[in-house]
Design a protein around this ligand. Sequence first.
Ligand code: PGA
Length: 256
Amino acid sequence: MRRTLIAGNWKMNGSLAGNAKLLGGIKVDPTRYAACDLLVCAPAPYLAQCQAELAGTAVAWGAQDVSEHEAGAYTGDVAASMLAEFGCSYVIVGHSERRAYQGESSEAVARKAVCALRAGLTPIVCVGETLAERQAERTDAVVGQQLDVVLQALDVADVARIVVAYEPLWAIGTGVTATPEMAQAVHQMLRAKIAAKSAEAAAKARILYGGSMKPDNAGQLLAMPDIDGGLIGGASLKAEDFLAIAQAAQAVQAAA
Ligand code: PGA
C-alpha cells in the first residue's frame, strides 16, 4: 500500500515568528501519524528555519519552486542543489499559480522536475484544469497533456520517483472542493498515464489531491483508491487543521 503524503503548501505566507509557532504545533510524536508522511513546503527564505526546527522530527520540508537550470547567470532563481543543501526532500513544480502568473509551460515544468530529480529531490508535479475547461469536458485532455509532457522528459526509472498533484484550479482557495468521485476519476486517468510508461511506477507513484482540502472533507477524499494524499494550502497554515487532516489520513489507512 502507498503511504499517504500530507503536504502543506504555505504559498507566500509566513514570518519567522509565525513559522516558529506553526512548526512548533506540527512537530508531533512521530508514532501518532505513523501511516503518513508529513511535509511542509515553505517559501525559500524560510528553508533554513524549517531545517533547524524540523530536523530529526517526522515532518519533512520542501520548496515551492526550483530553477530549470543547474547553476549560473539566472538572477533570482534557486537551484535544486541549493534546496538539497538545506535538507529539502521535495519541491513543488508547476503549481497553477506559477503557470498562470509566471507563464510556466509544461515543458519548463518538465525541466524543473528533471533538475529536482538530479539533485535527489522528489518533484511534486502539479496539474489541473480551469472551470471553463471542465465545463467544456476537456479535463482529461488538459490534465493528461500536462502530465504527459513531464513523463516524456523522464527516464523510466525516474517515473517512480515523482509525486503528482491534481489540483483543479476552480477548487484552489475557493472553498469549493471536487467531489471524491470527480477527483478519483481524474486520479485514475493520471495513474493510467503513468502505467503506460511503467506499470511498476504506476503502482508506486503517489497522486495527491489539492484544492480546498480541509479537515471535514479530507477523510472522504483520501478514502478513494487513487487519492494518496493532499496538497494543502489554506488549511496548512493552522497547525490544528493540518494535523486534523493527518489524523483523517491515518484513520483511512487504519481502516484499509
Ligand atoms: P488550497 O490550496 O488548499 O488553499 O485550496 C491548495 C494549493 O493551491 O496547493
